[in-house]
Design a protein around this ligand. Structure first.
Ligand SMILES: [Zn+2]
Length: 458
């Protein structure tokens, strides 16, 4: 009986313990380092994320690759054993690490056995404080970064970028509107002084958040205070403002992709109006709705596209919604027509209440299983740092629930009433056009030969 009572108590308390992923113990060390510590459900493992508040957005086009190059350089070694020696140390601790530079931050991602968590954190601290890089290391890192960006930036590639042939449709539009750099960022000209400056200006405890999720060591808070707490704070640098739309772009354009083919892509892109409340949740739900509407119309009703999709993207300080479809080249005009009808019908009748509620409930239900395990939880905290307040992360299910049909309709109308930007991507020639072009050229050659013989006989 007592066992049963205990089991009932345990089962009763379990859901609230397991479900409350939004409750996280967080505090700031004296030097400004923000800590988020969360016991996870999986034993024997910890997921560590060190988020440094410096990203690509903090640099001009010319210096865009600086934070990324620095991130690579920090793995070049903490002593004479170099890059290999550093990796061997991590291997010996049974952990794995990697790092990523995004628009907003640079993040070191570590998965490690729980028993070595303090040793792994020691190694990360050594990487941050003891790495010295020389010109050899800088050149090696430049090569890696260049390779990651798709190999050496050739004259041809640069020419294609300038002719708008090298970008995807949304990137191309962002370049036209002044939200994105027109050319791929280069690394060759970046100097050691520049790299040291970035390190000094941004790699400081008061510009970092350390997230640890999993089987936490009881001594972890004291350990962190003693070790990471000894880092020196700096005067934080200001993040430059994000670019806003500065230029106008053509309403409609055809972009050439490749040389020959019968495929095409249609995109309608439009800036998202800024909403007072639940901006992201509202547009996430609208995206789901538009995704489904495109599928119903372009695939099921008209069989024009196999996988049409709606998408949200951010360029600089501007969010975009896009409606997209992969098509046959000859169907582009018809698909444009269907898209126009779809928009007109939505503006006239509004969102269908039943469909909206079904998709909203599905999005809420997804929240119950969207984040599983220590690593996913750590990634979730990393992505949602901006929403952390008073020991809690905002609960997306609650925020989604708060979006009313009326608000979604208002946002939809503001979105779809804009003219937006229409972009069609297709190869230079269709298969038929190629055949006719070849036939034409051959015909011309035959005519010239005949003409030449006639001339000679005379
Ligand atoms: Zn990289």
């Amino acid at each position: 009986m007592r066992c049963l009572l205990f089991a009932c108590l345990l089962l009763g308390s379990f859901p609230s313990f397991a479900l409350d992923r939004f409750q996280v113990e967080g505090y700031t060390l004296r030097n400004g380092l923000q800590l988020l510590l969360k016991p996870g459900t999986e034993r024997g493992h910890v997921a560590i994320r060190l988020v440094v508040g410096v990203g690509l957005d903090d640099f001009s086009c010319d210096e865009k690759e600086l934070p990324h190059l620095l991130e690579h350089l920090l793995f070049s070694g903490i002593d004479a054993s170099g890059e290999g020696g550093l990796e061997e140390r991590m291997q010996a601790l049974g952990g794995e690490w990697n790092a990523f530079t995004s628009n907003a931050d640079t993040t070191f991602v570590i998965e490690a056995p729980a028993k070595n968590q303090r040793k792994v954190l020691d190694l990360l601290l050594a990487l941050l404080t003891q790495t010295r890089f020389d010109d050899n290391a800088i050149n090696a890192a430049k090569q890696v970064v260049e390779r990651e960006d798709g190999g050496h930036y050739t004259h041809l590639q640069r020419w294609l970028d300038r002719q708008d042939l090298g970008h995807t449709a949304s990137n191309q539009l962002a370049v036209e509107l002044g939200l994105k750099c027109p050319e791929r960022a280069q690394v060759d000209h970046l100097t050691r002084e520049q790299l040291e400056r970035v390190r000094k200006a941004w790699y400081a405890p008061n510009n970092m958040t350390l997230i640890v999720v999993g089987d936490l060591d009881k001594l972890l808070p004291a350990y962190l205070d003693r070790t990471y707490g000894a880092l020196d704070a700096i005067n934080p640098s200001e993040h430059p403002p994000l670019p806003q739309i500065q230029a106008s772009a053509a309403h409609e354009r055809t972009l050439t992709r490749g040389f020959v083919g019968d495929g095409a892509k249609l995109h309608w892109l439009v800036p998202e109006p800024v909403l007072q409340d639940q901006h992201d949740e509202t547009f996430d739900l609208l995206k789901d709705y538009l995704d489904w509407a495109l599928y119903r119309q372009l695939r099921l009703a008209h069989s024009l596209s196999y996988g049409p999709w709606a998408e949200r993207e951010v360029f600089g300080g501007v969010g975009f919604m896009s409606l997209n479809a992969d098509l046959e080249r000859e169907d582009v005009a018809e698909a444009e027509q269907v898209l126009e009808e779809l928009k007109a019908q939505l503006l006239k009748d509004g969102l269908n209440a039943e469909t909206f509620n079904r998709l909203k409930q599905a999005a809420i239900a997804r929240q119950a299983w969207a984040v599983q395990g220590n690593s996913a939880l750590a990634d979730y905290y990393w992505s949602a740092i901006g929403d952390y307040e008073d020991d809690r992360f905002a609960n997306p299910a609650r925020e989604l629930q708060a979006v009313s049909l009326q608000e979604a309709n208002k946002a939809m109308r503001e979105l779809l009433l804009q003219p937006g930007y229409l972009r069609v991507e297709k190869p230079l020639l269709s298969d038929d056009q190629l055949v006719w072009t070849i036939a034409g050229v051959l015909g011309l050659i035959v005519l010239m030969l005949v003409g030449w013989r006639v001339q000679r006989r005379k």
